[in-house]
Structures are given as C-alpha cells and as structure tokens.
Design a protein around this ligand. Structure first.
Ligand code: NAD
Length: 519
C-alpha cells in the first residue's frame, strides 16, 4: 500500500517527519487516484483548538492542480457511469464496513482538528455512515418510471442519469458527516466528484477518501482539492462541473448559490440557523430541561441544528432556573479528556465573535444568568474554550438574537401563549429546525401545522432526519430546491431522461403535420 513513515498516505512525506509543532505534515490533494503534494507556496495551519498546536498544513491548491482534479473526474465519468449499479452499491457496502473498522481513528482525528468530544466525534462519523448505508440501496432509489401504451403501440419511460462531475464544499463543524452527505450519494448515482473539505479540519475527509479507494472506488471518481475562497470560486465557474453541494455559512452559501447558478449549475446550499424550542407548561419538566441543555451545549453549540433559543410559555417561565443548574454542571475540557461535555470552539476568532455577541446581549438589556466567557481549563490554557452561557429576557430585536452565534450560548425568551411563541419563531429569518415540548397533542399538532421551519421536533430537541428522509431546512437556512440525501439527494445528483418509444408495424399513413395526439 501507499503507507509512508507517518502511516497516512494523504500527508506529505517530503520531510519524512513525525508531525510536530515545528515541522507539521502537509495535507495532500487527491487527484486521479493519487495523493499528491501541492505545488502551492501558501498554506494554512490546521490547529488543534484545545492546544493551538499545528496539526498539519493545508495547501491553497493551484489553478493547474484544480484543473487536473476536474479533468481526472471528467475522464473517469464515462466508464463509471456505465459501471453496473450493483458494483457501485457494493463499493458503498465495503465503504461502510471500512468506516466501522476505522471509526476510532476517524473520531480521534475529528477531536484533534475540530475539538468536539470523542463520543460526539463518533456520532459525527456515525451520522455520515448512515448516508453510506442509504447509498447501498441506490438501485431502488434511482429507479425510473414506465407507462405502457400511452398511445397505440407507444410506451413512455423515464430514467435517471448521472450529471457528470459534481463538487462539494464543506464546513468545519462535521468533518466526517458532511463529506459523507455528499460524495457517497453522488458517486453511487454514477457521478464523479471533486470535494473541497473545510480548511480548518481536512483530516477526516482524507481518511474517508483512503477508505473509499480501499473499498474499490476507481481512480478519478473521487478527487480532493484543498483551499479557500479561490478554489471555491473555481468550482463555481468551471464549465465541466455540473452541480455544487454546499454546507456552511450564509455569506459563503449565498455567494456560491448565485455564482454557480449564473454558470447554469444546480446548487444545494445548506446554511445557518437559529433553532428554537417552545416549552409548554404541561411538558415533562425533567426530560425537557435535560433535552434543552444537551441540544444547546452539545458540540459547544457548533451544530447547525444546535438549539439556540428557548421560548418559555406561560407557567414554564420559572423553569429557566433548572436549565441554569444543568448548564452549570457540564464539564468544559479538551474533547480527548474522558467525561468532557463541551470541548473548545473552533478558533480564537470564533471565540472572540461569540464573546462579542454575548456582550451585545448584555448591553441591549438581556440578563446574563450564566457567563462562560472566562472559563479556564487547567492543562489547556491556550484552548478556545467558552463555557455554557445563558442570556435571559432576550428580545427579537437584539443582535445576539438576530445573528447565528454558533457557540454554547442559549437565549431565553418568554411568551404568554403558544400563538405568541409560534409568532416569535416564524418572524425569525432562519428555518432550519424548531421543536416543541408538550404533553398536549393539540398544542403539538397546532405547532406542527403553523411553524415555519423545515425540520420540526415534537419532544425531540434536534430533529435531524435519518437519510431515507432528507435534510429539509428552509427559509434562509437553505437555497436550492433539492435537499441533501434521501430521495431529494438522489434527484439532485441525477437528470431525468424521458423516452417515448414506438414498436409496432407501421402502415403508411402519409405525412401528417398536425400535432401528434394520443390515438
Ligand atoms: P463557512 O461558510 O465559513 O465555510 C464553509 C466552506 O465555505 C469552507 O469550505 C470555506 O472554505 C468556504 N468559504 C468560506 N467563505 C467563503 C467565501 N467568502 N467564498 C467562497 N468560499 C468560502 O462555514 P463554517 O464556519 O465552516 O461552518 C459553520 C456554518 O455552517 C454555520 O453557519 C452553520 O450553521 C453552517 N452549517 C449548516 C448546516 C446545515 O445543514 N444547514 C450544517 C453544518 C453547518
């Protein structure tokens, strides 16, 4: 195999060094089946957010290298498209087995580069693995339709064909799950792929690419290029790329949506969020408060479906105290330490932004009932830690409410009725997720019917669907019209071709210029 000194072929071995602070390995691109050192002169340091140690360096891939990756994908397409669907599925069967085999290695890489706890990192891999499992059933998912005898001796059928070269652009917060939302669905449909991992934590994508090759994915079917804005713009502009999947912030997502669509590409763009939970006074107190604390502070609030706002309705208002008690009991530490509840946030800049938004809340009249800004973790004094933070008496005109904070900060609001609470949620621009906690079927049904969010939880704090459904964020949380995974994911990565065929003895009827109609 291609295992060099570091034991990882996707790292540069030019220096043959053990990763160290002074001599970090360079992450390679994957082009046409080979892990290649980039000729780029500029690199970005990948930092361990708990320590600031340089884990590796990501190259800002050159234009030539980018073109080589697209060209490799384009070359691989015709034979991959014509590879039997059963063979493509079997590679996914093998891939899911290999991901299970290496899940600890993947999780450790995620904790090192992204910061989340090891247990949460396992969840990151597992939720992606479920998409690979889903792709194993692509033959039935991709089936076409057939109507016989639409006219005398004429049948019509539709088939779903792959598009060609597709591309995916990933965020930092789920280094395994989100690449796995993208390339397994795309390649099992028969496309070839160019993946651009987050420059903050590219390691899991590289391990997954190695596993995909080991599983039998032919050279050129999956390619990986690293970089930031320039490489993303190249993806948007390249005429050989037919579809772009994006997950990340609204600023990048709307830019990519507009730029790639202007080039005639399909785009699915999953973006930011402000997820609310409405708490009714008839809810089960203990279970609800546990769920709120877990959904607000898990992954240090860096999930697009993290809970960021709780609306306490009527007599549930005093429950806030119980939420603060639970939040106080959570342990902030490096993700690699046992029993950690919250790891660090991704970067110093992210921490500064989170702290600034907390401060704007205080200055505009919110009550800071729990302040995690000054937390110090012994042994990890340089880590980007923010402890659980709760702001109370928040109103919808505050900056901390209008902006996605993307940190371990829960905002508490109050409403006198369910109608008022639903109105608060619906006035928010985002529509990723919203939940209600109640024991009343009537309240739950009203909520489900009237709430304007794409993913709805009823006594479920983070209602992310499993891959046989789709991830259906709405409003400002999504741009495009075919969502990730599920049927919509397959539809996004395929084009319908509708065939009308006539097989009958054709007696001569002369030339008729009239519009053909069903006979
Ligand atoms: P980000 O937008 O900063 O980065 C995402 C990707 O876009 C990266 O690969 C980055 O290199 C690229 N990028 C960033 N700015 C760009 C620009 N100006 N031009 C071109 N490319 C650019 O997002 P992030 O900080 O990595 O991720 C966090 C965000 O992702 C949050 O807003 C979160 O809600 C969102 N997110 C959404 C979902 C979802 O499914 N809705 C899932 C996960 C994360």
């Amino acid at each position: 195999s291609q295992i060099p000194a570091l034991g990882i072929s996707h790292f540069s071995t030019a220096t043959d060094s053990i990763p160290s602070h002074r001599n970090p390995p360079r992450v390679r691109n994957l082009i046409g089946g080979q892990f290649l050192d980039s000729q780029a002169s500029k690199t970005i340091d990948v930092l361990n957010p708990a320590t600031q140690e340089v884990v590796s360096q990501v190259p800002l891939t050159t234009n030539e290298e980018f073109k080589a990756a697209v060209s490799a994908a384009k070359q691989a397409f015709p034979s991959w498209k014509n590879t039997p669907i059963t063979t493509r599925q079997r590679i996914m069967f093998k891939l899911q087995e290999l991901i299970r085999r290496d899940i600890d290695k993947l999780a450790m890489n995620i904790t090192t580069e992204q910061g989340k706890t090891l247990k949460d990192a396992h969840g990151d891999v597992f939720r992606g693995l479920e998409v690979v499992e889903h792709a194993c059933g692509m033959a039935t998912l991709q089936m076409g339709e057939y109507v016989s005898n639409v006219s005398n001796g004429i049948d019509t059928y539709s088939i779903r064909e792959p598009l060609g070269v597709c591309a995916g652009i990933c965020p930092f917060n789920f280094p395994a799950m989100i690449p796995l939302w993208m390339f397994p669905m795309a390649v099992t449909c028969g496309n070839t792929y160019v993946l651009k991992p987050s420059e903050k934590d590219p390691g899991a994508s590289m391990i997954l690419a190695e596993l995909a090759m080991e599983a039998g994915l032919p050279s050129g079917v999956l390619n990986i290029v690293h970089g930031t804005n320039d490489i993303v713009n190249n993806i948007c502009d390249d005429n050989d790329i037919k579809a772009v999947s994006f997950v990340g912030s609204n600023t990048a997502g709307m830019h990519i949506y507009a730029r790639a669509a202007a080039k005639g590409k399909r785009v699915q763009s999953n973006m930011g969020a402000k997820n609310h939970a409405i708490v009714m006074p008839d809810a089960s107190i203990d279970a609800t408060l546990n769920a709120l604390a877990a959904a607000g502070f898990g992954a240090a609030g860096q999930r697009c479906m993290a809970l960021s706002t709780v609306v306490f309705v009527g007599d549930s208002k005093p429950w806030e105290e119980g939420l603060v008690e639970r939040a106080k009991s959570l342990k902030v530490n490096a993700g690699s330490e046992p029993d950690t509840d919250l790891g660090p946030v991704i970067s110093k800049q992210a921490k500064d932004r989170i702290c600034r938004l907390i401060q704007t809340g205080v200055e505009s009249g919110a009550r800071l009932v729990l302040d995690g800004r000054n937390v110090v973790v012994p042994g990890y004094e340089h880590g980007n830690f923010v402890g659980p933070t709760i702001l109370s008496n928040v109103t919808s005109n505050m900056e901390c409410y209008e902006e996605e904070i993307f940190g371990p900060v829960l905002l508490c609001m109050q409403a006198d009725s369910l109608e008022e609470a639903i109105d608060i949620v619906n006035r928010n621009k985002y529509g990723n997720g919203a939940s209600i906690f109640t024991t009343s079927g009537v309240a739950a049904r009203k909520f489900q019917n009237e709430i304007e969010a794409g993913q709805v939880g009823i006594n479920v704090p983070i209602p992310v669907p499993l891959p046989f459904f789709s991830f259906t964020g709405s409003k400002a949380s999504f741009a495009g019209d075919l969502n990730f995974y599920g049927k919509a994911g397959m539809q996004f990565y395929t084009q319908i071709k509708t065939v009308t065929q006539q097989w009958k003895d054709l007696p001569s009827q002369g030339v008729s210029l009239a519009m053909p109609t069903s006979q």
